[in-house]
Design a protein around this ligand. Structure first.
Ligand SMILES: [Zn+2]
Length: 308
């Protein structure tokens, strides 16, 4: 086989990204950026509750023990956001008057509408994070359309408005997802990790803003979820100090760069992880550090996407 033949068989080629997802451009963010602000801080929280345990057959192999019995340790861990984590995260955000974006699964708002209402009542916004929290990449085209439609309708029902933002469960975006989101009227999508700063993907004259998720607290705290693993017990947790110093370094670098052009700090979290006391302390300390800086804009994804 020649080298050219081998490259032909590769799964990915430069140019394929824009072919699939749309032509990339910078949008008008910089010219429309609020005066006096240099660095936007985008905090997002994926809210699944125990819906992702129920969907374990496709997303989380550790939903079951080796015997096939339901892993109730895992299922109960996944409910931590609904029972404790969300309230703690909301309390900390309120302490710093920090608005945030919460990405709810459709089934999560159906099972726990009161949580979505609490989030909205506290002045935050809600985006969509799949319906059943299954990986989109495992679905047929028809199933993916149904998944997105059910999720969108469920969130619209509780929020009262058309949702504007989407993040796929486990970032499992497919080559169809952005087209479906355009058809469903979404303004922004949040699965790609190729920039810190948002950008625009336009296909068939329909733009969608990409709001990069940034770091994800799940791997940062090393929550290991391998098959049969009794998670939340005996695993090598990332330390509070380690995550705090990482995120401070992230902030410091972007803050320095924001002196010459607007920049965005993104952090994707889960109230079931970052709502645990040792991790919530990191969020608390990081926000205290952030708000002590001039020119910081703690923004929501809808606000930033509206500048495109
Ligand atoms: Zn998720």
């Amino acid at each position: 086989m020649t080298l050219a033949d081998d490259i032909e068989r590769w799964t990915w080629h430069k140019g394929r990204f824009e072919e699939l997802f749309g032509t990339r451009d910078d949008g008008r963010f910089v010219e429309r950026w609020p005066i006096g602000k240099s660095l936007a801080v985008l905090l997002s929280f994926d809210m699944q509750a125990d819906v992702d345990a129920a969907a374990g057959w496709s997303s989380h192999p550790n939903a079951f023990w080796d015997s096939g019995a339901v892993n109730f340790c895992d299922a109960s861990m996944r409910l931590y956001d609904a029972r404790e984590g969300l309230a703690r995260v909301l309390r900390i955000l309120d302490k710093y008057h920090a608005p945030a974006t919460f990405m709810f699964c459709g089934m999560t708002v159906e099972w726990y509408p009161e949580l979505a209402k609490e989030v909205l009542g506290a002045g935050h916004e809600i985006g969509v994070h799949g319906h059943r929290h299954v990986k989109l990449c495992n679905l047929t085209p028809d199933e993916e359309l149904e998944e997105l439609t059910l999720a969108t309708n469920a969130v619209r029902e509780v929020v009262g408005d058309r949702p504007l933002g989407w993040r796929s469960p486990l970032y499992s975006v497919t080559d169809r997802t952005l087209d479906l989101l355009r058809d469903l009227g979404y303004a922004w999508h949040s699965d790609f990790h190729d920039q810190d700063f948002p950008y625009v993907l336009t296909k068939d004259n329909k733009p969608v803003v990409e709001i990069p998720p940034g770091h994800d607290d799940w791997p940062q705290y090393l929550i290991y979820t391998g098959p049969g693993s009794p998670i939340m017990g005996g695993n090598p947790y990332g330390t509070s100090d380690g995550v705090l110093s990482t995120m401070k370094a992230e902030f410091d670098m972007l803050y320095e760069e924001s002196r010459t052009a607007p920049r965005v700090f993104n952090w994707a979290m889960h109230p079931k992880i970052s709502g645990r006391p040792y991790a919530a302390a990191v969020l608390d300390r990081l926000l205290a550090y952030i708000v002590a800086h001039e020119g910081v804009w703690i923004a929501t994804a809808n606000e930033v996407a509206s500048l495109a």
